[in-house]
Design a protein around this ligand. Sequence first.
Ligand code: NAG
Ligand code: NAG
Ligand code: NAG
Length: 320
Amino acid sequence: MRLLPEPSAQSLRILFLFIFVMGVTPSPALTAGCPDKCVCDDQLVVQCAGQDLIRFPDDLPLATRQLIISNNRILDLPALQLNYLSDLVYLDCSNNSLSEISESTFGNLRKLAYLDLSFNTLLQVEDRTFGPLSSLVMLRLTDNPTLWDIHPEAFSENLALQVLDVSRNNLTVLNISNLIALPALRSLGLSGNPWSCDCDTEDLCLWVQIEGFKFQDEGQTVCHNPPELAGQRLAEVGMQLRTDCHQGLGYWDYLFFIAIGFVIFSAGTVSAWVMGVLMVLYERYHKKKSQEQDSDDEDEDDRGGMGCGTQRNGDLSKQV
Ligand SMILES: *[C@@H]1O[C@H](CO)[C@@H](O)[C@H](O)[C@H]1NC(C)=O
Ligand SMILES: *[C@@H]1O[C@H](CO)[C@@H](O)[C@H](O)[C@H]1NC(C)=O
Ligand SMILES: *[C@@H]1O[C@H](CO)[C@@H](O)[C@H](O)[C@H]1NC(C)=O
């Protein structure tokens, strides 16, 4: 019986070789090296700004935490390559030629806190585009002159979102029903868009009016249409839209309120009247009873049982 197998020396050599190779070659996360034209540092920051790139960089270190690809001419963000970077916290894609992002683009970036898509040529933001970004705190989406539509549910799952900037795009309306419910949202940039101040933006205008402090450049957040409101701040027209947009309803509202008021008024009057009458009647009845009782007392012996009942009544009224 041998304690050690025969090829022990050989396995030891293989083990040493293995350790040696491991020591020389960095772990896979770092082996990927640094993409062409980019600078990578040991803080896991990859800097590729202003390199005239037309494609998303290949061979990014898998452990990258910050990626800066701004000031290039990148046409799209490949979902597959991007989603390998599951530790990404900071992504700056500003000033590129991105025209489309979809629900799968950011599918796996659960740690991403900062995202900049400004100065691109996006057209639309679709439903749940940013849905998987559950840690997203700040989203900059400014200066996309072609961006005309943001889906009402585009940000509905970004519960950590604090700052959203969609300034200087081509937005005319914005459905705020989901935005207004975001618990952490404290700053919103809407200026420099050709807002259409009509009944579709009534809620938005009222929101700006009521919580103006949340809106960056609120003074530059102005109506573009209709012509008679052009140049007016959204915050100024909120109340006006409220009355204008509910005119038909307002008439019925007034009627309803008048009717309700009348019902309450008449109910009050009638009940007061009834109470009054009852009190007067009771008073009279009470007086009559005590008079009767006085006369009853005189011929109590003659009346017998009847007198007994009356006396009890009399006692009761004395207690009251
Ligand atoms: C965008 O990037 C280009 C270089 O690709 C640069 O010349 C230009 O100034 C940048 N624009 C902005 C707004 O940063
Ligand atoms: C902005 O939207 C309007 C229509 O609402 C369109 O006519 C115009 O071309 C758009 N601007 C850009 C730069 O796409
Ligand atoms: C806003 O979007 C919600 C769905 O998220 C929808 O129910 C509502 O009707 C929309 N409001 C307007 C004014 O389009």
